[in-house]
Design a protein around this ligand. Structure first.
Ligand code: ZN
Ligand code: ZN
Length: 322
């Protein structure tokens, strides 16, 4: 018969083991042990696509998911979004079950950030989603959603009235045209939009997510922006677009392209300065435009030259916990 202290020790070990099991369950994305455990899970980011408009086979179009409180909040809707979500789901992120994808925030209306919208509207519905998609973005996002639904009128009709017996609600979209400020809040996250300078776009947005005591700031597409320095202001994770690579004697870039990149986007050197002044604890780059024969290693070296924090280059399906 164990004495009292031995019994307490045994109890502690038992409790410790239980906690470990819960932690493993949470990180492998298996069934959570109730709502409280979900709410306490640390937020994390899954990169669904880290590319640009270029049809790179190893990088899908720009989109990511902030996972908080057991729910996925999508940011941007690039090509491949639902298949990439399903790939992450297959690897254990339960929140990215395609039929559960229900809310997305769009940075701006460039095609690389929205070309997956028909996919996000229709595929989760075909897989059984019954709730309309909640879609946030700058002015123009409502017309885009409406026109996509018009384009797919026949598909929707056949799926609802034919043998598939599709439900009559899950293909719908609640579009919210937003301005800078707090644009969304629930028990898991607060989402704040801020304006960024992206060439001739009248309004392009970045987003800050506050969740579980952590702050995650996403730049969207942007030239160097003071609004990002302010929105981050010591944030735990800054996710920022970047371009890198200068023409050499053997690699030429068209003059207008160099001008476009400098007006619409942020170079590695500029980003290092932004991240430093924003006091970002961790910097992860996405929307990678690596040009003129440069490599990811070159990009990292350029970033580290001007920024002393933790830095990484995102790849598709990377998971980052701030
Ligand atoms: Zn883009
Ligand atoms: Zn853009």
């Amino acid at each position: 018969m164990p004495n009292r202290s031995t019994r307490i020790w045994i109890l502690c070990v038992a409790l410790g083991l239980t906690a470990s099991v819960l932690l493993v369950r949470a990180s492998s994305g298996q069934a959570p042990s109730g709502e409280r455990a979900e709410a306490q899970k640390a937020p994390f980011v899954v990169f669904l696509g880290t590319g640009t408009p270029g049809p790179t086979p190893n990088r899908q179009g720009p989109s990511l998911a902030v996972i908080a409180g057991g729910k996925a909040y999508l940011v941007d809707v690039g090509v491949g979004i639902v298949r990439q979500a399903n790939a992450a789901y297959a690897k254990g992120t339960q929140e990215l079950n395609p039929r559960g994808l229900g809310i997305a925030f769009v940075s701006h209306l460039h095609s690389d950030h929205t070309i997956g919208l028909p996919d996000l509207i229709l595929t989760p519905w075909v897989m059984g989603r019954t709730a309309p998609l909640e879609l946030y973005g700058p002015p123009g996002i409502a017309a885009m959603a409406e026109n996509i639904l018009k384009a797919y009128t026949e598909d929707i009709r056949i799926r609802i009235t034919g043998l598939e017996q599709g439900n009559t609600t899950g293909y719908k979209v609640n579009a919210h045209e937003i301005k800078p400020g707090v644009v969304y809040q629930d028990a898991n996250v607060k989402v704040t939009a801020f304006a960024v300078p992206h060439g001739s776009w009248p309004l392009a947005l970045g987003y800050r997510f506050d969740a579980g005591g952590k702050s995650i700031v996403f730049s969207g597409d942007t030239a160097p922006a003071e609004s990002i320095v302010q929105a981050c202001n010591g944030c735990d994770l800054l996710i920022h677009e970047v371009y890198f690579g200068v023409p050499t004697s053997t690699v030429h870039l068209p003059e207008h392209w160099i001008k476009y990149m400098a007006t619409f986007h942020t170079s590695a050197e500029q980003l290092a300065d932004i991240a430093t002044r924003a006091h970002a604890k961790t910097l992860v780059t996405t929307h990678l435009a690596i040009m003129a024969g440069a490599t990811e290693a070159d990009l990292l070296a350029a970033l580290k030259k001007g920024y002393g924090g933790k830095v990484a280059v995102a790849h598709d399906l990377d998971v980052v916990t701030p």
